[in-house]
Design a protein around this ligand. Structure first.
Ligand code: HEC
Ligand code: HEC
Ligand code: HEC
Ligand code: HEC
Length: 152
């Protein structure tokens, strides 16, 4: 009589281990996949409504212009014409909805963010070495922010 075929024990162990891994992966996947996953594509369908529900922080230049057309007109005539209001003043949606909500007072933070000398910046952007140029806290003593080459 031919001896019955027997799976060698080391192969059997690998086989059982593989089955164990695949089974636990499938179970975990079944329980851990969010229900709206793949509703539209390779992401949670819910993510769309969650993002939509967030409060906007930035109002955009157009909103600022509605009430501050003078500042806008001035800005557009000078070197800072390409900048957005909120790039310096910070997020302004709350203030635009209700002007009683004060917008943050500025220090020189935003000026330095763009003008501090740094070799990675393009040559056309005027740069200063802050400690040689000015060590106080108000760039606006000598530069009008909406018309930076003008003297206040
Ligand atoms: C609905 C009208 C309205 C909109 C829109 C609006 N503002 Fe104002 N803003 C005002 C009024 C009114 C004041 C004066 C409030 C005061 O003096 O207390 C003011 C004051 C300011 C001030 C001076 C704050 C101070 O303490 O001196 C800044 C800066 C400012 N706004 C920036 C912005 C920016 C940036 C935007 C766009 C994101 C914007 N505003 C949108 C009405 C508006
Ligand atoms: C380069 C940065 C910068 C940009 C861009 C900018 N601002 Fe200002 N703005 C300032 C600074 C600095 C002040 C001085 C007051 C302060 O310290 O908050 C100021 C003051 C103001 C004031 C108070 C009134 C005044 O003239 O002092 C208003 C209103 C204002 N900005 C609105 C705007 C609006 C609207 C825009 C976009 C059209 C804009 N700003 C763009 C930096 C900026
Ligand atoms: C978002 C970037 C940004 C911020 C913030 C910013 N600037 Fe500018 N600034 C520019 C750009 C872009 C120009 C135009 C190119 C140039 O002249 O360097 C400019 C031009 C200038 C100039 C004119 C240089 C010249 O002689 O032509 C001065 C002065 C200046 N900025 C000062 C300031 C001051 C003061 C502040 C803060 C109130 C400030 N900037 C904030 C980007 C910025
Ligand atoms: C005491 C007055 C004074 C103060 C305060 C001041 N500046 Fe100036 N700034 C000047 C003068 C004057 C010039 C033009 C002459 C020059 O190029 O040095 C100038 C030029 C600049 C330029 C153009 C540089 C170039 O290469 O043409 C930039 C950018 C600038 N300032 C940014 C700033 C920033 C940012 C601050 C705040 C940290 C500041 N300034 C504070 C007087 C001042």
């Amino acid at each position: 009589m031919r001896p019955k075929f027997k799976i060698p024990p080391q192969v059997l162990r690998i086989l059982l281990l593989a089955i164990g891994i695949v089974t636990s992966y499938s179970i975990a996947r079944y329980f851990l996949t969010p229900t709206t996953f793949r509703q539209y594509g390779w992401y949670r369908g819910e993510a769309l409504s969650e993002l939509q529900a967030r409060e906007p922080m930035f109002a955009g230049k157009k909103a600022c212009e509605e009430c501050h057309s003078d500042e806008m007109a001035k800005l557009l005539k000078h070197e800072h014409k390409s900048l957005s209001c909120e790039g310096c003043h910070g997020p302004g949606q709350a203030h635009s909805d209700n002007p009683d909500v004060k917008i943050d007072q500025l220090n020189y933070g935003p000026c330095v963010r763009c003008h501090e000398a740094n070799p990675s910046r393009p040559k056309w952007l005027k740069q200063i070495v802050i400690k040689n140029h000015y060590t106080g806290s108000k760039c606006t003593e000598c530069h009008v922010p909406h018309a930076p080459t003008e003297v206040p």
